[in-house]
Design a protein around this ligand. Sequence first.
Ligand SMILES: Cc1ncc(COP(=O)(O)O)c(C=O)c1O
Length: 530
Amino acid sequence: MTEKNQNAESDQPSVGTIENEKYLNQPSGGTIENEKYLNQPSGGMIENEKYLDRALLEYCNSDAYPFHMPGHKRQTMGNWNCEAIDITEITGFDNLHHAEGILLEAQQRAAQTFGADESFFLVNGSTAGLLAAVCGTVKKGGRLLMARNCHKAVYHAVYLMELQTEYLYPEQTEFGIQGSIAPEQVQRMLEQYPDTQAILLTSPTYDGVVSDIAAIAEIVHAHQIPLIVDEAHGAHFGFSERFPKKAISYGADLCIESVHKTLPAYTQTALLHYRKNPWVDLERVKRYLGIYQSSSPSYVLMAGIDRCTRILREQGTTLFAAFEQQLHDFYQSCENLQYISVFPENGNDDGIWDRDSSKILICAEAVGLHGQDLADLLTQKYHLELEMASGHYATALTSIMDTKEGFDRLFAALEEIDQSFHDGSDDLEKENGQQIFTTDAIYRPAKKVMKISEAMDAPKEKVKLLESAGSVSGEFVYLYPPGIPILAPGELVTPEILDALATCQKRNMEVQGMKDFSGIWLEICQDNVS
Ligand SMILES: Cc1ncc(COP(=O)(O)O)c(C=O)c1O
């Protein structure tokens, strides 16, 4: 039975099922029935041309299961007809950039549901929220104290505002992922850089690592500056006891959440939350939202956020309870695996203040299978698409929309792979005896030589990446995902960083950011070679 059929037949809400969205079920008027004429080759069509829409429809009819975002997990929620509700700012439907009617109400509803004093719809993802939050709180050329493992959007804001940056480095952990940001480090850095205008950190990280926001907020506020938390991966926080609370409830002043990543909402949809405080000039943040958001925000996307809010209010408790049970059962089953290790459900390593267990980190490095190879195997043999692979593990993202079938398929695949290691029947290429390529080995401490904005706009020359030691990078170099720079413009290229990049490339990890898509050439700043 397909997932869709299962949902249609079920009377009870269960994981992966949204109950009774009947008022959304009746799109009408203007429906193009039976799009068959769009499928026929016609004048000017090149044979075998692959159109994106058709490729997607073909894909969605396959048995591929999404352990990746968006959090709706490609499930139809009420047969929404996008064209029928895709309008512009007509009478009665307000204007996002001047919200005083239905959009204001929807945002107020979101604020109430997500626990903020004010919330703003983002139709350009958390990216837009991060750009607006940084630009709205730090003056041009000012100083931002930020976690080094921030997403590239934060670095882009730094570039646009020509900011000076100081970095907070995550703790090291036994499992080899980046840990939390220690409050003591925040305290130290603020004493060292008293002219800091705002602090920004990512919590949770892509790996689900959460920092002690309450303690950090207290320190930051004692310096009379705002705390911004990139909670892009934690929009589901606070809706159940099992997951950490929201940063805004711990005292963060601005908090950005991608509803699309972990909740049932469309890609690109996110929220910027504001908690009343004396340090953020909200009008200034709003001004930047007006700059970074489209002047034609999609009503489909905005309605998707509001529908997500409704689902949380009306069915959140039930959906989260079923999801918690499903996750718990999955983690318990994984305890029996011998060669594959799954980061434990409740295990908090040293260096990790708290963790979001909806992000399942799977590691087979003990038998020499790297993260990317594991992810590829799960895709190719089992048709399970994971969100991300790092050096020694791969990440499956789960949400309230995941089905029992999905969890069962993932466990069955892991069990079979585990058994194949046991029997020696696997025919996988592995690198036994290799040192584990942990996240710490990928992300080395940076040595800043120039400001990001100076380096981005400096005259450049092109050199071979792996021969660029001693030069100053003129580009970002990151793995995507997660989009955290391994090298930022203005940083010194060291042999250790090049070693890490060479290993990433050898393992077919997605090294991106450079103009040269092949990853051979790096642009460096002229006249800055040490
Ligand atoms: C930590 C973090 N922050 C922000 C973003 C940007 O979010 P969005 O894709 O919603 O713009 C991402 C994207 O993956 C991310 O990982």
